[in-house]
Design a protein around this ligand. Structure first.
Ligand code: FES
Length: 119
């Protein structure tokens, strides 16, 4: 058995998954895409994030859409790997801050962080 130190290097420095799940109106859990509708929906915001990352000079990043991440009531949310840090965002300014503070500078945006016990 090999250990984790034998893992190959990361393929992406940062890999962000944006939940883009859409549920029908009135569903008790809601959905990330429905909550992001006022901003044009998650796919538009994901495209925004890709472009913003480029503008910030962030390289080797991937922004993917994801199905339901099962934290629906807290959404719209995203998770960044390899750290496994989750955020709730509401505006493009939130996305800007996550990219600049977390991805580019290695910090954390405390006001948007989701904690493991939040469900
Ligand atoms: S709908 Fe986004 S986490 Fe479930």
């Amino acid at each position: 058995m090999s250990d984790a130190t034998a893992d190959p290097p990361l393929f992406y420095s940062s890999h962000i998954f944006f939940c883009n799940n859409q549920r029908a109106e009135g569903h008790p859990r809601g959905s990330c895409n429905a909550r992001a509708a006022a901003l044009g929906g998650v796919e538009k915001l994901r495209g925004y994030a890709r472009e913003k990352a480029r503008q910030l000079g962030i390289e080797n990043i991937r922004c993917n859409g994801a199905g339901c991440l099962d934290r629906c009531e807290l959404g719209p949310n995203l998770v960044i790997y390899p750290e496994g840090v989750w955020y709730r965002y509401e505006t493009t300014s939130d996305i800007d801050e996550i990219l600049e503070t977390h991805v580019k500078n290695g910090g954390r945006v405390q006001r948007l962080l989701l904690q493991p016990d939040q469900k």
